[in-house]
Design a protein around this ligand. Structure first.
Ligand code: FBP
Length: 568
């Protein structure tokens, strides 16, 4: 065989030159775990920090076992474990959208459990737990998935465990596979799932009356699972935003080269605008919309359009018929009139689910319109069909509107074009639209995400060996060496309306207007609008001088003096 053909075939199944080298990339560990070559399990003790939310009393009543055990007190690592457990059977699963670094969480858990315990993979996600689809993870599996992107080792799904039958199914899986602990790697909704399961499985699962431990690990590219300095960022955010920033940097370079297009780039991030803010800070485009600012200023859709059009016109008058507009994926839900419409739609769709599902597609908009208030019905009728269709589409199993399917960027382009024409009909406004979402979720993790997730895995595994349940693993002080800690999940729960019902959920952390990162953005954006001051951060690097970077928003918000992160 031609040696080149031979080499190419050997590179199939994740054996590219890049992937093979990346598996060998050494990862630092927090000092408390000892050496990277042989990390040691750690024990935890209560810190002085107690969490409380608006609905703490209701949470204590609904989650009595978890609250009684944790007192909602944050745990902090207290050195190498003197007497780590043996013989545990631990199940691990991914939940929700993929995010770079998930495989390293699994690797960290496996390494800390060591030979004396068993790690089982659940395929795919919570659905796999219901079906009892588990297999034993081997050392060879771990070596193969170390530092690789995606969740393909186990797969993932968005099943919400909520009915009594589903809880019973989980219990049966635990009994059948003799599971002692479950690790759920997921975002806000998945960690809510973890809190609910921890309470349900707290006791009475095994023959001796004991329970099954449940630990959460904070994942989501959206960056909306944050708990001030206790959880500066969820994993996957850094890799996704670096990938988007490279692409936006390239587009900006094209705008100034071809001198004729406005590019509208919608960026993933279901609700909060953390991703968009980070990409703006990395690349400095002419216009960046931040949903939280729009909600706070109660900006209407027409005033947002006017704001974009004014920048287009001002730049055109200076001879710049080009630019980039960054649009957060979740924008539509933050525009006050759209927010009111979507809330009404959520309730109406939930209340009339059966009748609605039986209708012909063409009859659906009118059926819903007739059930809305006059204001909401008029607004729905004024929107283009491509938006109405997606507003009426099925919610995900957690009741979320599927914003990634709504072409907001196209709506903004169509409306801005009309507005620019009204202001100055001589201006040429040629556009391109993009949606950067799925291409950022599964790239190989940056060193920040690879190290962060491996240490989260070591922490989650240690919590299990320390007998804890109902906590989310976290690493604090990411620029000062890294400190493993554990956040009581019940300390994060609040009541929210979902699919027409009040439920306990972990709230999404939104961009705060007074945060240092937002303030820095506000101080620079008019300069970026007036001239081409963009920068291209380039592709993410895995070797060399620029690898020790943390996200700009995280560095600013945590008061770092530089962009550098330091674990170990
Ligand atoms: P998670 O919150 O589960 O991490 O998912 C985030 C996300 O990537 C959002 O940014 C996006 O809106 C959504 O997933 C898309 O979901 P799906 O993969 O189901 O299309």
């Amino acid at each position: 065989m031609n040696p080149l053909v031979n080499q190419l075939q050997k590179m199939e199944k994740h054996q590219s030159i890049f992937e093979s080298a990346l598996r060998q990339l050494p990862l630092p560990v927090c000092a408390v775990f000892g050496t990277p070559a042989a990390p040691q399990a750690i024990s935890f003790s209560k810190s002085s920090r107690i969490l409380s939310t608006r609905d703490s009393a209701g949470v204590a009543a609904s989650f009595p076992n978890s609250v009684k055990a944790s007192g909602n007190v944050v745990l902090t690592s207290s050195g190498t474990h003197p007497n780590r457990a043996q013989g545990k059977r631990v199940a691990v699963l991914f939940s929700g959208g993929p995010a770079a670094g998930g495989h390293n969480v699994v690797c960290g858990i496996k390494h800390i459990l060591g030979k004396g315990n068993t790690l089982l993979g659940v395929k795919p996600g919570p659905k796999g737990l219901l079906k009892g689809n588990l297999f034993e993870i081997t050392d060879a599996d771990i070596a193969a998935c170390m530092n690789t992107g995606g969740f393909d080792f186990l797969g993932t799904d968005r099943t919400k465990i909520k009915t009594p039958e589903q809880f019973q199914q989980v219990k049966e899986t635990c009994i059948k596979h003799q599971i002692d602990a479950i690790v759920i790697i997921g975002g806000d909704d998945s960690n809510t799932n973890a809190a609910v399961l921890a309470e349900y499985l707290f006791k009475g699962v095994k023959a001796d009356g004991s329970g099954v431990q449940v630990i959460g690990v904070p994942k989501t590219i959206d960056g909306d699972l944050q708990v001030d300095d206790l959880l500066p960022i969820s994993f996957g955010f850094e890799t996704a935003t670096k990938i988007y920033s490279e692409l936006v940097g390239n587009i900006l370079q094209d705008t100034r080269s071809s001198l004729k297009y406005w590019h509208f780039v919608k960026l993933m991030g279901r609700s909060a605008s953390h991703v968009t803010l980070e990409v703006a800070l990395q690349t400095k485009p002419a216009v960046t919309l931040i949903s939280e600012e729009i909600a706070e200023k109660k900006q209407s859709l027409s005033s947002i359009i006017r704001q974009i059009a004014d920048t287009v016109v001002a730049r055109a008058h200076k001879g710049m018929n080009h630019g980039v507009v960054l649009v957060p994926e979740g924008l539509i839900e933050f525009i006050p009139e759209m927010h009111a419409l979507i809330s009404e739609l959520n309730d109406v769709l939930a209340q009339n689910a059966e009748e609605y599902a039986a209708l012909d597609e063409t009859a659906k908009p009118l059926f819903i319109q007739n059930k809305l208030s006059t204001e909401a019905a008029n607004l729905l009728a004024s929107l283009p069909d491509y938006i109405v269709k997606m507003l009426l589409a099925e919610r995900d199993s957690h009741g979320n509107l599927q914003v990634s399917l709504i072409p907001t960027e196209q709506l903004l382009i169509d409306m801005t074009a009309r507005c620019v024409k009204e202001i100055d009909s001589r201006i040429s406004f040629s556009t391109q639209s993009h949606f950067l979402g799925y291409e950022g979720r599964c790239g190989a993790p940056t060193l920040f995400d690879a190290a962060y997730t491996y240490n989260l895995g070591l922490t989650a595994g240690s919590l299990i060996l320390d007998g804890r349940s109902g906590y989310m693993a976290t690493i604090t002080d990411l620029a000062g060496g890294g400190l493993p800690q554990a956040i009581p999940l019940t300390g994060l729960l609040n009541i929210e309306r979902r699919q027409g019902k009040d439920e306990f959920v972990i709230e999404k952390a939104l961009v705060k207007m007074d945060s240092p990162s937002m303030q820095y953005f506000l101080s620079r954006r008019s300069e970026w609008a007036a001239d081409d001051l963009f920068a291209s951060p380039g592709p993410r690097q895995f070797w060399g001088p620029s690898i020790y970077q943390q996200p700009i928003t995280v560095a600013l918000n945590s008061g770092s003096k530089s962009l550098e992160f330091k674990i170990g």
